[in-house]
Design a protein around this ligand. Structure first.
Ligand SMILES: Nc1ncnc2c1ncn2[C@@H]1O[C@H](COP(=O)(O)OP(=O)(O)O)[C@@H](O)[C@H]1O
Ligand SMILES: [Mg+2]
Length: 343
């Protein structure tokens, strides 16, 4: 897979998000930074509760009112080269930005279509809200529905309950592309669907991406899916991006103990179930996160320093970054363990 390394579409700099909860302040995302290039697919991986959804909702400013966002910026470059900071857009410009520049297919997509509205009415509503001609939006939606391999005319007339889960997921993907966004965020699109549906979602996504050349942030805790679809991978743990780099670097030469643990916990068809180990414990409470490396309590590599000193995100060769005090030992084990069959 190739993407345009000279053209950054979205540049996230030092982004943090907190939620006000009854028990206190939840540090859901801490100091996240990354670049997304034109045509690049970035997979965001990590266990449930690590901040993946929060980070992406922050990118399109769709967080609930209890959330506060801090940071240097979310810099977005339009097709004409103009650059803006999403954090500084007013409400009107933000509404325009959403869907026409950056679209999101939400987690639990099955419920995000209004049950009493036909698919075509969603198309008309999108057109109205964005000042696009009805006929033009309809024609474009029809084409996109065909591209995601649906009976387009029939789907247009359907109510959500008349469509299967996999069909709805594909409808949402098609609808998210009506206004030709440069960035599409997909939150766990293959979670809670059967394996054939998962296959069809991945296939149509790949095909659409090749034809329309948008960038994707693909959130998943399924590493096999991430490995298949991604150019680059970012691992999140306890609200932090702890490792990031090209997919082969992160998956075959992991430098963070958490990524290595995730890989060891991932079911591998080639290896069989006997090697399957899940990571003991669960992600920490983000109201009072652990000191030092937030993973140290669950980490088999951890030493005394890990409990005290937060490891900085260090850049290694190959555009590979990791925040792990024991990255050298992790790397050796990652090389010795044939995690997944090499590409
Ligand atoms: N509306 C909210 N109010 C308070 N805490 C929240 C809210 N939404 C998510 N969180 C907390 O923020 C953290 C990150 O959650 P989330 O972004 O949903 O993670 P992920 O998508 O990786 O599963 C978790 O600790 C979660 O409990
Ligand atoms: Mg989530």
């Amino acid at each position: 897979m190739t993407y345009d390394r000279d053209h950054v579409v979205l540049s996230v700099r030092d982004l943090s998000v907190t939620y006000k909860a009854e028990r206190g302040l939840v540090q859901a995302v801490s100091h996240a930074s990354f670049d997304l290039h034109a045509g690049e697919t970035l997979a965001l991986i990590g266990e449930s509760g690590c901040g993946k959804t929060t980070l992406n909702l922050a990118l399109i400013r769709q967080l609930p009112k209890t959330a506060s966002t801090f940071g240097d910026g979310i810099f977005y470059t339009y097709r004409d080269g103009r650059q803006i900071n999403v954090l500084e857009l007013n409400d009107r410009d933000m509404r325009r930005f959403l869907w026409s520049e950056c679209a999101m297919v939400f987690q639990g997509a099955l419920n995000s279509l209004n049950p009493v509205i036909r698919v075509r009415d969603v198309v008309f509503e999108t057109a109205r809200a964005h000042g696009m001609k009805r006929e033009e939006a309809y024609k474009r939606a029809l084409k996109l529905l065909e591209q995601v391999r649906l009976d387009a005319e029939r789907v247009m007339r359907s109510y959500p309950h008349e469509l299967s889960g996999g069909m709805r997921q594909r409808v949402l993907l098609a609808l998210s592309l009506i206004l030709r966004p440069q960035v599409v965020i997909m939150d766990e699109p293959t979670t809670a669907v059967d394996i054939l549906t998962q296959r069809s979602i991945l296939d149509v996504l790949k095909q659409l991406r090749d034809e329309l050349n948008f960038s994707v942030i693909f959130i998943s805790h399924d590493l096999a899916v991430a490995a298949e679809i991604a150019d680059t991978v970012a691992t999140m743990y306890a609200g932090e991006i702890v490792e990031r780099g090209p997919v082969n670097e992160v998956f075959y030469r992991s430098r963070h103990a958490y990524t290595l643990n995730l890989l060891n916990a991932a079911p591998r068809l080639s290896v069989g179930v006997e090697r399957l180990e899940s990571i003991a414990g669960k992600p920490p409470d983000l109201i009072e996160p652990p000191t030092g490396c937030k993973f140290h309590e669950r980490c088999s590599f951890a030493t005394a320093v890990c409990a005290q000193v937060q490891p900085p995100l260090v850049e290694y060769e190959g555009g590979h970054l990791a925040a792990c005090h024991e990255t050298g030992r992790v790397l050796i084990e990652a090389r010795e363990t044939r995690l997944v069959s090499a590409p």
